[in-house]
Design a protein around this ligand. Structure first.
Ligand code: SIN
Length: 344
């Protein structure tokens, strides 16, 4: 099939414009306008995802000899959390890398399972999990919604921040805690006695500044690049959950790309994924140091006893979520992630 993709069509939100233009070579007109890929995300250009998006742009344009132009929109400047997923399904934007804890509105509830507390202990287990064969079923569920996952980018483990010290589980009681959309994160907050508030990432700083939320959990590189240390007084290095992104595209758009374009884009995806993997862990370690150096936030490293108390408090969420996901599915996830539930 021969496609002509016009820049104007892409700008208007139509991913592909089909036209009966004369074609040569691989099926693109001799002087076709570049295919425009809009890549929208919600973090700073200096965060691991922001840097990887810029690298993807550079590589995609290079490997397609300028036949593709990538426009990167950072910091929720084009869309916020929920809108960006709708925009992708409508074809108004072609690439996103949202947290998989935000996939609920797509109608794929299974991705929330990765938020089970303390499920993925370290980078190796997390990456092993996202590369495991069982992801094929989940990827298919996304494709059924018109969304193709191109890669998973694991951005490390979460810390909690708040305006009060969070040492023991009881410290959460009555706090308004910002969460992403996941039902598991909702259950975690409730188990801790907190009041969960779903707030878009682009509104997080203001929510913490104005007291709409008292605290939140995130990776240190987001706490640093969003300057959350200006509006939070305490940080606990709790590693209770992870932040994993999926680099996703509109399936129709991706499947409809001319054959001379896809190999260059596939290579750009692969190399920007490798870059992300190399960058995220390092940036998170650096970010903790930089946050500490501001002197604005009291940092708390958990003792083994505190950690045990958090695990004991939050394991009932695993049990509760059997009702949502099924015991078999949760056990499959344990196996793929290497998680061994503590003996109760
Ligand atoms: C992101 O890193 O994309 C945002 C994570 C969040 O919403 O907390």
């Amino acid at each position: 099939m021969a496609f002509k993709v016009t820049r104007r069509a892409a700008m208007k939100g139509g991913a592909l414009a089909l036209a009966a233009a004369p074609v040569i070579g691989f099926g693109r007109p001799a002087h076709a306008d570049p295919i425009v890929i809009k890549f929208s995300h919600v973090v700073s250009p200096d965060a691991p995802k922001g840097k990887s998006a810029l690298l993807f742009k550079q590589l995609a344009e290079k490997y397609t000899d300028g036949k593709v132009t990538v426009e990167v929109y950072p910091n929720s400047s084009l869309y916020k959390d929920k809108e960006e997923l709708e925009a992708l399904q409508l074809g108004s934007v072609q690439l996103l890398a949202p947290s998989i804890s935000k996939f609920g509105p797509l109608g794929v509830k299974e991705f929330d399972v990765f938020d089970l507390p303390f499920l993925m202990s370290d980078d190796t287990h997390a990456r092993q999990m996202m590369a495991s064969p069982m992801m094929a079923d989940l990827n298919k569920k996304l494709e059924d919604k018109g969304v193709t996952p191109l890669a998973y980018w694991d951005n490390g483990s979460h810390v909690y921040t708040a305006n009060v010290p969070l040492i023991m589980p009881d410290d959460f009681r009555g706090l308004k805690m910002r969460i992403q959309g996941s039902k598991v994160l909702d259950a975690v907050a409730r188990e801790l006695g907190a009041i969960p508030q779903i707030i878009a990432f682009g509104e997080l700083y203001q929510a913490l500044q104005t007291g709409v939320a008292d605290g939140e959990d995130n990776v240190p590189s987001n706490v640093w690049t969003q300057k959350l240390y200006d509006v939070q007084k305490h940080l606990t290095v709790s590693h209770h959950g992870r932040l994993t992104y999926s680099l996703i595209t509109n399936k129709k758009f991706w499947d409809g790309l001319p054959p001379d374009i896809r190999p260059g884009l596939d290579r750009a995806v692969k190399e920007s994924t490798e870059f992300f993997d190399d960058t995220a862990a390092k940036d998170n370690v650096d970010a903790l140091d930089k946050i500490k150096a501001t002197g604005k936030v009291e940092m708390h490293a958990q003792t083994p006893a505190e950690k045990q108390a958090w695990i004991a408090k939050l394991m009932p969420v695993h049990k509760e979520m059997e009702g949502r996901f099924g015991k078999d599915f949760i056990e499959k996830i344990y196996k793929a992630s290497g998680f061994v539930p503590p003996q109760s």
